[in-house]
Design a binder for this molecule. Structure first.
Ligand code: ADP
Length: 617
């Protein structure tokens, strides 16, 4: 019994298809029938040839059953068994086992039907046509030449054979159809169950998705808040530090202050990276293409990296193809960020030797080029294995060797995302312990047909090793020195130190400054005095800057209904500027505020008659 169960389990194992299991049913039951049928033929006086044929048939069925289960994927055994039985065995049996007076025609019918169950429709049609020809042939040959058929010895045996065939064929088909119905019912049940499971799974997935989305939203909000919270104290640190740099004469203290300034800016760029990353992750990052001058990027990169490279005694070179168009149209800020990320890495991960920044171009059409920027260093290099993970978020490679080099593992992720957003590519070519070359290719529109020329020649023309970029110099030139002793401004911020930063940064302008530490206090001042300008923080407890602005505009007895109000805030999220302008602010300054930006903004909004301009002499 156990053995029988095992055999049945093998022939009906789960991995078999229904059609395959059906083949097993047909062949198994045919074998079960063929064995007693062969025995019957011995007793009903079939000729020796007929008996051999019956044995042969049992053997063939057993062999095909074996083949079918040995090679379950193959269609060949089904084709083989249908062809052999229909075209060879049954016609031979017809002539050797008694002709149409016996059960052979029923067997032929059986053969024809099981062919339809086992093989593809095309093959079944072919076999059926052949079957028709064969049966016709057999019947007509027997009709005209009865001597070719080995008839059974008496009519009784013929009746037994016919009845035997009837019952066997009926049982086999019965089994087949029963099994088929059973198999389909089982399949339908499984399908229904898995449908139910799938529905449940889907529901769970949807729930998980909602949870995930809210977690991701929470993460973005957290990062944005963190960035805001960190910016506020950096504003104080950098602002106060700038006052030291401006006012202190002691060389040693100046050096300390410069270190604070550089560390503060490093911290700021870290916060910016985290903010950028969270914007990218939440899909809120957008590009802002503008017309820009390529030389100015080269120049600024030189000025920003030159000192860092020099401190590590590295040579820093900029090379370029002089025929690149001088003015391009693209997201200048992000292109600078990409180059700066690659350059800071190159300096960070190089102990000695050289860092080279190269600009090339490739013409796409008359109006567009591919700008090719490559940064090559002679640093520690990256193994082939690690190059795969280079652009993964938070992934720092070779942590063991790099643990003394600061970094978050975000720089390259952001660089890659920006490059992707611009429709460009970034590749790396690196040999461990020899150095790396990062190459970024970004399509850019040509804004002006002029060419950029050789960087080093242009740079030299402006004075050897000039500490400032052309743009910075121009800006400095443009930045007028001014005082405004009769102007009065109000600064509103809940952080006292930030109030002081603005006050101190504007000390030289001699502007009269009032400081308010909350929205409420601000409203008291605006009832008492008329201001030329108000600088307003946004995030303040109880009453925020936006509400304070609206209240100023609505104050019945107020003296500042038309005073321009500038948002001075640590909110650096995407769309912040647009939001503030929409709310009625005239300008937006983000913290940490640079004194140059602050002065420029004030100059723009103060009434002309209150400004005393100094010539730059
Ligand atoms: P990190 O803040 O750690 O520098 P990045 O995303 O900029 O993060 O770089 C990821 C990792 O790739 C780094 O930790 C470093 O192992 C490797 N890497 C990046 N640039 C270079 C380079 N020029 N030479 C060698 N390794 C580099």
């Amino acid at each position: 019994m156990e053995r029988l169960k095992k055999i049945l389990k093998y022939f009906f194992r789960d991995e078999l298809t229904i059609r395959h299991k059906l083949v097993n049913v047909i062949l198994g039951s045919a074998l079960l029938v063929q064995i007693p049928s062969t025995i019957v033929t011995i007793f009903v006086g079939t000729s020796a040839g007929g008996i051999v044929i019956q044995f042969l048939m049992a053997a063939i069925i057993a062999f095909v059953l074996y083949l079918v289960n040995k090679f379950p994927e193959s269609k060949v055994p089904a084709i083989l068994i249908t062809t052999i039985t229909n075209i060879f065995l049954f016609p031979v049996m017809y002539f050797m086992c008694g002709g149409y007076a016996t059960g052979i025609v029923q067997w032929m019918l059986f053969g024809a039907i099981f062919t339809w169950l086992l093989v593809d429709i095309k093959w079944a049609v072919v076999i059926s046509v052949i079957n028709f020809v064969i049966l016709n042939g057999c019947l007509r040959i027997e009709n005209h030449y009865p001597q070719y058929v080995e008839h059974l010895t008496n009519r009784n045996d013929e009746i037994t054979d016919t009845a035997g065939a009837f019952i066997f064929v009926t049982i086999i088909f019965g089994l087949i159809f029963k099994y088929q119905t059973y198999a389909y019912e089982k399949q339908a049940r499984i399908l229904k169950e898995s449908d139910e499971e799938l529905r449940k799974l889907n529901e769970e997935l949807e729930e998980a998705n909602v949870r995930l989305a809210s977690a991701s939203e929470a993460k973005t909000t957290f990062l944005a808040n963190m960035s805001h919270e960190i910016r506020t104290p950096i504003n104080a640190v950098l602002g106060m530090d700038e006052m030291i740099i401006r006012e202190c004469q002691d060389k040693q203290i100046l050096e300390y202050a410069n270190d604070i300034d550089s560390a503060g800016h490093q911290l700021l760029s870290l916060v910016n990276d985290i903010l950028d990353f969270s914007k990218i992750e939440s899909g809120k990052m957008e590009l802002h293409p503008v017309e820009f001058e390529l030389f100015s990027i080269m120049n600024d990169c030189y000025n920003m990296i030159f000192m860092r490279a020099k401190r590590k005694e590295l040579e820093f070179i900029i090379e370029n193809d002089p025929d690149i168009p001088a003015f391009l149209y693209g997201d200048e800020v992000r292109i600078r960020q990409i180059i700066m990320n690659l350059l800071t890495n190159a300096v960070k991960y190089t102990k000695d030797g050289q860092v080279k920044l190269r600009f090339d171009h490739e013409k796409i059409d008359d109006d567009n080029i591919n700008l090719i920027i490559s940064v090559k260093d002679t640093g520690i290099g990256i193994s082939e294995e690690n190059q795969k993970y280079l652009f993964d978020s938070f992934k720092r490679i070779d942590e063991k060797n790099n643990r003394n080099i600061e970094g978050t593992g975000l720089g390259l992720t952001i660089t890659k995302k920006f490059t992707d957003m611009m429709g460009g590519t970034i590749t790396v070519d690196s040999v461990l312990y020899e150095g790396s070359t990062f190459t970024v290719t970004i399509p850019q529109k040509i804004a002006d047909k002029g060419t950029v020329g050789k960087f080093d020649e242009r740079f030299k023309r402006r004075g050897e090793g000039g500490g400032h970029s052309e743009k910075a110099e121009k800006e400095a030139e443009k930045r007028e020195k001014f005082t405004a002793p009769y102007a009065r401004i109000l600064v509103v911020d809940d952080v006292k130190m930030n109030l002081n930063v603005v006050r101190l940064l504007l000390k030289n302008t001699e502007i009269q400054i009032d400081l308010a530490a909350s929205g409420d206090e601000c409203l008291k001042y605006t009832l008492m005095k008329s201001y030329d300008l108000i600088l307003m923080d946004h995030m303040m407890p109880i009453m925020d800057g936006i509400e304070a602005l609206h209240r100023i505009r609505e104050q019945a007895e107020g003296l500042n209904a038309d005073t321009p109000v500038v948002a001075l805030t640590a909110n650096a999220l995407v769309g912040a500027q647009e939001m503030y302008l929409e709310e009625g602010f005239v300008s937006y300054l983000s913290k940490p505020v640079k004194s140059a930006d602050l002065e420029e903004c004030i100059l723009r909004h103060l009434p002309e008659d209150k400004i005393v301009r100094e010539s730059n002499g």
